[in-house]
Design a binder for this molecule. Structure first.
Ligand SMILES: Nc1ncnc2c1ncn2[C@@H]1O[C@H](COP(=O)(O)OP(=O)(O)OP(=O)(O)O)[C@@H](O)[C@H]1O
Length: 862
């Protein structure tokens, strides 16, 4: 075939496209451009000693496709640490494939891969070796990517060129490169079982469906002659860059088509034949079409299916060739496909080596294809080249016996290898089975244990424990309950005893009191005898009083105990002092505790309220007033019992004891009667001096004559004033008290007394001038100018009517709730009602109800 002038003219001297026959071209270049003698083929033959494996198989696992990377972070492919075995894991188990090397593109990029597995081969080619590098694998597994690379990383083709020709340009190292190495490159495509010369173009014609749309013209079909493509065009050159560019251009002319497996699936096998004529080296780079089957490729239609079938024809033929060589078949079907025809030399030439790169995808969906690819590679790896390769056309004289012997030896080796592998697998399987059995036993043991533990034993244990615990808790609870009960009983018993003791103590006290009273009664009787007839009535009354008292306390009234209990707990006991004032208004004195103690002993201290009963005795001569205790006015005061307030300190315990008893009497109202019988000692000087002279005179004159008939005490010097509230719709006009004051006492003086009386109630009031038709209240500033004797007269006394200040309610002196001493109160022999009932006709009709409803007990406040 004549060279194409046009193509020749386009290229420089180093890049000549010369469509000549292989033999011619080789011969030409070898003689013309090789100044150095080619390496001795025998020396290369020595590098491939008989019986060695001419096919080296390397696995390359591509990256995870972008979208699947995160979905399948763990690949089903596992590389052993020695990088020689690839384990394919499936649900049912795994399979190990022993290869000459395995590389994962995630760990080793193209550059690393090339340096590790390819570069040494290329260096051999540079030195004159023959090497075929084949990319085998399913579509989309990265064959083209590894072979041609991408924009970022050049593939094996361009790196090889660079390694063989060097990195430098011609201008820089022209001398060296020009003289040294140059290469001839042919680019062929096997598509549809036709060989096309990608470096040649028909300039416009087309080959129909499948041809590149952007191509500048139709591709030139080549015939196969022997084991070579006849008239294939070569690019000759020593500049790697330029040649690479040319290859890049024609690479795009490859037939590609979008399939289900690959957007730009190579529908053809691409073969780049790179001769290094100077040394006789040859590099054949084969990027095979995808090894997928027709269905997987998703081709529709008869023609498309035919295409796929034809593409696969090359793969299938190659597979058969590999198998038959590996099997030592007498006939190797090289002629079954154009691809195998062109690769025949690679397999048969003793000096030729094959590097088969098995491309696989880490996608688990591709597991089946991956396994097929690896099986294929494993088989290729088993190819053994005998000491005398049966290349008939070279060694016509070789005896068939020798060939057969070497093949048998290879077969034996292969079988032995397989047997070893089988043994290894068997061993592994046995080990795995043993491990499995062991695990199963363990599981069974654990299960048995679990069942054993899960049986009724545990339940019984739990139940017994629960019962035990419940019993213990119950016992503890019972014990605690018993303890509580015992404690309760003890406390109750203790309290009972204490109460009994108290009662006994109080009974004793009452007994003592009773005895003392009897003594007093006795003394009184004696004194009565001495004082004549006048006192007789008193004695009688006194004796009756004493009898009553004894009767009352001898009765063991429950209320009594109660009242004493109440008083015992009083932290600030109050004591009463009696100011006894004679009719002349002179202060007789206070009854202090010492006097009480001397008179009644330490156990009893009674504050007494004098009560005049003998109204008939009021006409007694004045001169006898001092000697006789006839008319005594009592002012009742509350005072905190403390040592400061007394001239003589009192023993605290005795004092409180006295106070308690005194309070009982006070509450009972009997102390009046008691005091009636007692000769009141003169007031202490200190006390007497503490009272302001004028005020003391008023005070002395004033007395709370609750139980006394006012008429009894009216003298020339003193007047009696009945104090009551004004009767209105809301208030019934209650009687408050009767005051005995000196005649000159003013309303202001009265106010003071009344205020003392009402102190606890704190009720503001104004005096009303009764008799005044307007009933006008007396202005407070006028009170000092108005005399008590100017008040309206009433029952030998005077009536002071008080109007409560606005908004102030009159407090009823009667207790709202009955006191605990009600039974005793009810026993009081003297009540105002009884007293006034006697003389009710003497009282004005308005005053009578007030007086009758004013119980004496109410005037005592604690
Ligand atoms: N190792 C890799 N790293 C990054 N991308 C890769 C790698 N291998 C393949 N690819 C990408 O995957 C896609 C398919 O790869 P490629 O064309 O090389 O597959 P193939 O085996 O040649 O398929 P076919 O047989 O159909 O031609 C491409 O886009 C390529 O860039």
């Amino acid at each position: 075939m004549a060279p194409t002038p046009s193509s020749s003219s386009k290229l420089n001297h180093a890049q000549v496209r010369t469509p000549v026959s292989n033999s011619k071209q080789r011969c030409l270049n070898f003689t013309r451009n090789n100044p150095h003698p080619s390496p001795n083929p025998n020396s290369l033959a020595k590098e491939n000693p008989p019986g060695e494996h001419p096919v080296e198989v390397i696995g390359r696992i591509r990256n995870h496709p972008g979208d699947q990377k995160e979905k399948n972070p763990i690949s089903f492919l596992q590389i052993t640490p020695d990088n020689k075995t690839l384990r394919v894991r499936a649900d049912i188990g795994y399979r190990d494939f022993s290869l000459d090397g395995i590389s994962s593109s995630e760990e080793e990029d193209l550059d690393a891969f090339y340096q590790k597995f390819v570069q040494s081969r290329i260096n051999g080619v540079k030195m004159g070796a023959k090497c075929t590098i084949m990319m085998y694998g399913p579509t989309g597994s990265g064959k083209s990517h590894t072979m041609f690379g991408c924009s970022k990383q050049p593939g094996i083709v361009y790196r090889s060129l660079k390694d063989i020709l060097g990195d430098h340009g011609e201008e820089e190292n022209g001398e060296k490169l020009g003289v040294g190495t140059f290469v001839q490159v042919a680019v062929l495509e096997i598509y549809n079982e036709e060989i096309y010369d990608l470096l040649q173009s028909n300039g416009g014609g087309g080959f129909g469906i499948g041809w590149p749309k952007g191509g500048s013209g139709s591709k030139v079909k080549l015939e196969v002659m022997g084991k070579k493509a006849k008239n294939a065009t070569f690019i000759s050159g020593s500049e790697a860059g330029k040649i690479s560019k040319e290859i890049q251009k024609v690479e795009k002319r490859r037939t590609v088509k979008s399939t289900l497996c690959n957007d730009r699936s190579s529908r053809s096998h691409c073969m780049i034949i790179l001769d290094v004529p100077t040394v006789g080296g040859r590099l054949m780079l084969v990027d095979m079409a995808g090894s997928e089957n027709i269905d997987q490729a998703g081709q529709v239609g008869f023609e498309a299916k035919m295409q796929t079938a034809k593409i696969n024809q090359g793969n299938i033929a190659l597979k058969r060739v590999v198998e038959s060589i590996a099997n030592g078949d007498s006939h190797v079907p090289f002629r079954d496909s154009k691809l195998t025809m062109l690769l025949q030399d690679s397999f048969e030439d003793d000096q030729s080596k094959i590097l088969m790169i098995l491309c696989a995808s880490p996608d688990p969906k591709e597991i089946h294809k991956t396994i097929c690819t690896l099986e294929y590679g494993a088989k290729a790896k088993c190819i053994v080249r005998g000491p005398h390769t049966p290349i008939k056309d070279k060694n016509e004289d070789s005896s068939s016996a020798v060939i057969l012997g070497s093949r048998l030896a290879a077969m034996d080796q292969f079988i032995h290898k397989l047997q070893m592998e089988n043994k290894q697998r068997e061993k592994e399987r046995n080990e795995a089975r043993e491990a499995l059995l062991k695990k199963e036993k363990e599981v069974a043991t654990l299960q048995a244990l679990l069942e054993c533990k899960g049986s009724g034993v545990t339940e019984d244990e739990i139940n017994s424990k629960v019962n035990e615990r419940t019993r213990m808790l119950k016992m503890e609870l019972d014990r605690k309950l018993d303890e509580c009960r015992r404690m309760n009983e003890e406390i109750f018993e203790m309290e009972r005893r204490r109460m009994e003791e108290r009662i006994l103590q109080q009974q004793e006290e009452v007994e003592v009191l009773r005895r003392r009273l009897q003594e007093i009664e006795f003394e009184l009787r004696n004194s009565k005898d001495a004082n004549g007839e006048q006192n007789e009535a008193k004695d009688l009354d006194g004796s009756s009083f004493a009898k009553r008292l004894i009767g009352i306390y001898g009765d063991e009234v429950p209320g009594m105990v109660k009242s004493m209990d109440l008083d015992m707990g009083d932290p600030e006991p109050f004591t009463r002092e009696v100011k006894q004032v004679d009719k002349a208004g002179s202060l007789q004195g206070f009854l202090n505790h010492d006097d009480f103690a001397s008179q009644f002993g330490t156990k009893a201290g009674l504050s007494t309220v004098y009560e005049e009963e003998e109204i008939e005795e009021e006409e007694e001569p004045k001169e006898n007033v001092e000697d006789e205790e006839v008319e005594k006015v009592i002012i009742e005061e509350k005072r905190v019992c403390s040592s400061d307030n007394h001239s003589t300190p009192v023993n605290v315990s005795d004092s409180s004891r006295q106070l308690r008893i005194q309070n009982i009497f006070t509450l009972c109202g009997h102390q009046r009667e008691l005091s009636q019988q007692i000769r009141t000692p003169p007031p202490s000087k200190a006390m007497h001096e503490t009272i302001e002279p004028h005020w003391s005179s008023v005070m002395a004159a004033a007395s709370l004559k609750e139980n006394q008939n006012p008429s009894d005490d009216c003298t020339d010097a003193h007047i009696e004033v009945f104090v009551k509230w004004e009767a209105t719709k809301e208030n019934t006009g209650k009687f408050i008290t009767t005051l005995k004051v000196i005649k000159d006492a003013t309303l202001a003086d009265l106010r003071k007394l009344i205020e003392i009386y009402l102190a606890a109630d704190n009720q503001a009031f104004t005096f009303l001038v009764l008799g005044d038709p307007t009933g006008a209240p007396v202005q407070k500033e006028h009170e000092a100018t108005l005399r008590a004797s100017q008040l309206p007269k009433c029952n030998n006394g005077y009536l002071a009517c008080l109007r409560p200040a606005k908004g102030v309610q009159i407090i009823n002196h009667l207790p709202l709730t009955p006191l605990p001493l009600t039974p005793l109160e009810n026993k009081l022999p003297l009540t105002p009602s009884t007293r006034y009932s006697k003389q009710g006709d003497e009282l004005s009709p308005e005053l009578s109800p007030h007086l009758s409803t004013t119980p004496f007990i109410t005037v005592r406040r604690h």
